[in-house]
Ligand binder design. Structure first.
Ligand code: F6P
Length: 364
């Protein structure tokens, strides 16, 4: 362990999300301001570490980025030092480059590596840490499914974007008396759909954790129609599936830690609902719109708080921990405990109960 931390590396891993730049800025400014610690930013997540691409982050480099979406460092949701794909004789082979990655950090004189990412990034961070690299984690993902923290930054922005989309869909649904389905990201967790569905006043909310029955959905839509409500809004998670059915996979990315990319369930459901009810239906897939653009004030503040907390952990040499929001307090949780685990919606969650209490159908 160093006498005093002098040089720190940062990387942003996995899918990007609004608020990443707030974290990079807060870590860098806080470390420079208090201790004159040098900050190195690796480009494109773990890929930069493997390909030796990095740059010095000084005060100027992180000025004016608070309100910018994406990440100034770039990201990769494929790179994994423990399973890195390289071409050998025209074929892709997967090699464990973790020792080389750790050696490179040492070569650069890096005393700690701050990994900003979701469950995949934390799982890699945990393995690097177990091989002796001092790590601090910061939780990120629009899916809000990271174990150990109440909220990840990026979630609030994505929920706001999806809720606004539902608002817009509402007016056209009303005009044309249609059933409108809005497909929302979130992978295997329903937080994003549940939040946006509640905020947007969806009539039906379908999440991966609760398998739906299409006849129940159709009956709800018909019931509304009988009562003179001539349109319905269905908020559906990309990971939603029918009872006993399968996920709808849009593509498979072989060299990604989670190979499945979901998408298209709303299209399938749209024609099923139309067939059963005879009501004209349309589907909209929000896709990456939900990850783009400027972060909300909430995410800028949360990102800044996480960044400051991560810098504090580095300063105190409290390695192996991740910044987490518990209640209204940012504290440190052990990466060993959280790395690689996801937090899913449970049926007793207050959001689920609020949906049911306000007459929303969950498709069951
Ligand atoms: O984890 C964030 C997320 O946006 C998920 O909600 C979505 O399923 C996935 O990433 C999309 O990944 P990609 O950007 O590789 O298409």
């Amino acid at each position: 362990m160093p006498d005093r931390v002098k040089r720190v590396g940062i990387l942003t891993g996995g899918g990007d999300c609004p608020g990443l730049n707030a974290v990079v800025r807060a870590i860098t400014k806080s470390l420079i301001h208090f201790d004159d610690i040098q900050v190195i930013g690796f480009e494109d997540g773990f890929l930069g570490l493997l390909e030796k691409r990095y740059r010095l982050l000084d005060w100027d480099a992180v000025s004016g980025i608070l309100q910018q979406g994406g990440t100034i460092l770039g990201s990769s949701n494929k790179a994994n030092p423990f399973n890195h794909g390289v071409e050998r004789n025209g074929e892709i082979v997967y090699i464990d480059y973790s020792d080389q990655a750790i050696d490179f950090c040492r070569e650069l004189g890096i005393d700690a590596l701050i990994c900003i990412g979701g469950d995949g990034t934390m799982a890699i961070a945990k393995k690097l840490m177990n091989k002796g690299l001092p790590i601090v984690g910061v939780p990120k993902t629009i899916d809000n499914d990271l174990f150990g923290t109440d909220v990840t930054f990026g979630y609030d922005t994505a929920v706001s974007i999806a809720a606004e989309a539902i608002d817009r869909i509402h007016t056209t649904a009303q005009s044309h008396h249609r059933v409108m389905l809005v497909e929302i990201m979130g992978r295997y967790a329903g937080w994003l759909t549940l939040g946006a569905g509640l905020a947007g006043g969806a009539d039906v909310i379908l999440i991966p954790e609760i398998e739906y029955d299409v006849d129940v959905i159709a009956e709800r839509v018909l019931e509304r129609s009988r009562k003179g409500r001539r349109f319905s809004i269905v908020a559906v998670s990309e990971g939603a599936k029918p009872k006993g059915g399968e996920l709808t996979v849009q593509r498979i990315i072989e060299d990604s830690p989670d190979k499945l990319r979901l998408g298209g369930i709303s299209m399938k459901l749209c024609s099923q609902i139309e067939d059963i009810t005879g009501l004209e239906s349309r589907a909209t897939i929000l896709g990456h719109l939900q990850r783009g653009g400027t972060p909300t004030a909430f995410d800028r503040i949360l990102g800044t708080r996480y960044g400051v907390a991560a810098a504090e952990m580095v300063r105190n040499e409290q390695f192996g921990y991740m910044a987490a929001l518990r209640g209204n307090k940012v504290s440190a949780v052990s990466i060993d405990e959280v790395g690689g685990k996801t937090r899913l919606v449970t049926t007793d969650d207050q959001l689920v109960q609020a949906a049911l209490a306000t007459g929303v159908s969950l498709g069951i």
